[in-house]
Design a protein around this ligand. Structure first.
Ligand code: SAM
Ligand code: SF4
Length: 335
């Protein structure tokens, strides 16, 4: 049991029990909204957490009240020792999930199972092979799609994440919803978010209201139903009437869900970020390597968390490159 002081509660009463850990900044895709075409600058291996360091840091977070861990990246499954990390995390008393682009997922089915991992988020931005290749700058559509189906048929809870971008793939939102009619898949539409270097402009974004309007146009106002969201859910959840799967909208831009946020993030180089949009980071890896107690650092970071989007309270502030442009790109934060 945790002592109450170990539980990571911030100044706004939010309890942080969900940790996302980036296993690598590197990726086998180059989604244009996330990564530059040439990839990211290589840094020395010593800058990044080793397996035992990930497991040690994760263990401390669990002692302090973390109950759910999600490896992410970059692409977590391209890490050479990904299986070892996932297996090690699976020994902790937590709910384990993962976010992946799906390209290598078939090689990990047994590892996931043995680690007790039941829930997999896979990114897929188009149902059209050529379009997916243009967005991700790599030609892996068939593998990703086959792996989504393989994981679903193997009994995993599969969520498919689509970043919705105007003029790129927004005409497919309702096709993705139609897909959930006959498949036990959970599609989530993510509003396009600003990060360093992704040339963000909300003209390219499509918000919650517009996505709902298009859903009504295609399926009718009574063709789908609102579902009850679970606590700390970042998405508004829906289902087509009689549909096997569900769909959801994650509206970090137009309707942030910060008041119930329970997340903290550890970057691949061992920095703690208390918010996806925050540019301040706490270096846990250096402290760990020096043999220091990292718990006061973790507590201080959580206490420093702002009420909304790292202090970017309004849409105007979020849209200001001087504010959002100093944040890392998603690929190096760990999405
Ligand atoms: N490579 C894995 C994947 O693609 O699922 C995990 C890392 S990726 C950075 C995590 C999630 O962040 C993906 O669903 C991706 O689509 C999303 N993402 C990346 N950049 C984004 C942006 N600018 N706006 C919204 N979502 C973004
Ligand atoms: Fe790689 Fe995921 Fe970023 Fe795409 S969204 S470039 S798959 S890290």
């Amino acid at each position: 049991m945790n002592s109450p002081s170990a539980i990571l509660i911030d100044r706004f009463g939010r309890k942080h029990d969900y940790l996302r850990i980036s296993l690598t900044e590197r990726c086998n895709l180059r989604c244009f909204y996330c990564m530059p075409e040439e990839g990211i600058a290589l840094r020395p291996r010593e800058d990044f957490m080793r397996t035992e360091e990930i497991l040690s840091l994760a263990g401390t977070f669990v002692e302090m009240g973390v109950r759910k861990i999600r490896p992410t990246g970059g692409e977590p499954l391209i890490r050479k020792d990904a299986a070892e990390v996932i297996t090690g995390l699976g020994r902790l008393p937590i709910e384990l999930a993962i976010t992946t682009n799906g390209v290598l997922a078939d090689r990990f089915i047994d590892v996931f199972r043995q680690a007790g991992l039941r829930s997999v988020n896979v990114s897929l931005d188009s149902l059209r092979p050529q379009r997916m290749a243009a967005i991700s700058r790599r030609d892996y559509f068939d593998r990703i799609m086959a792996n989504i189906m393989l994981m679903k048929d193997s009994g995993f809870h599969v969520k498919v994440n689509m970043v919705v971008m105007r003029g790129t793939n927004d005409d497919e939102v309702t096709d993705f919803i139609e897909w959930t009619r006959h498949e036990t898949l959970h599609v989530r539409f993510i509003e396009f978010m600003p990060f360093d270097g992704n040339r963000w402009d909300w003209d390219k974004g499509v918000g919650l209201d517009e996505m709902l309007l298009r859903t009504v146009e295609r399926f009718g106002a009574t063709g789908f139903e609102r579902l009850t969201d679970s606590p700390n859910d970042t998405a508004r959840n829906f289902r087509l009437k009689g549909g096997k799967g569900t769909f959801a909208i994650i509206s970090s831009v137009t309707n942030p869900f910060c008041d119930t946020c329970n997340r903290i993030r550890l970057t691949a180089d061992g920095k703690l970020k208390n918010c996806l949009f925050s540019n301040s980071e706490t270096d846990l890896l250096t402290a760990l390597r020096r043999g220091e107690d990292i718990r006061p650092l973790i507590r201080a970071s959580v206490l420093d968390k702002k009420a909304v989007r790292a202090g970017m309270n309004s849409f105007e502030e979020l849209s200001d490159p001087a504010l959002h442009g100093v944040n890392r790109s998603m690929v190096s934060i760990g999405g």
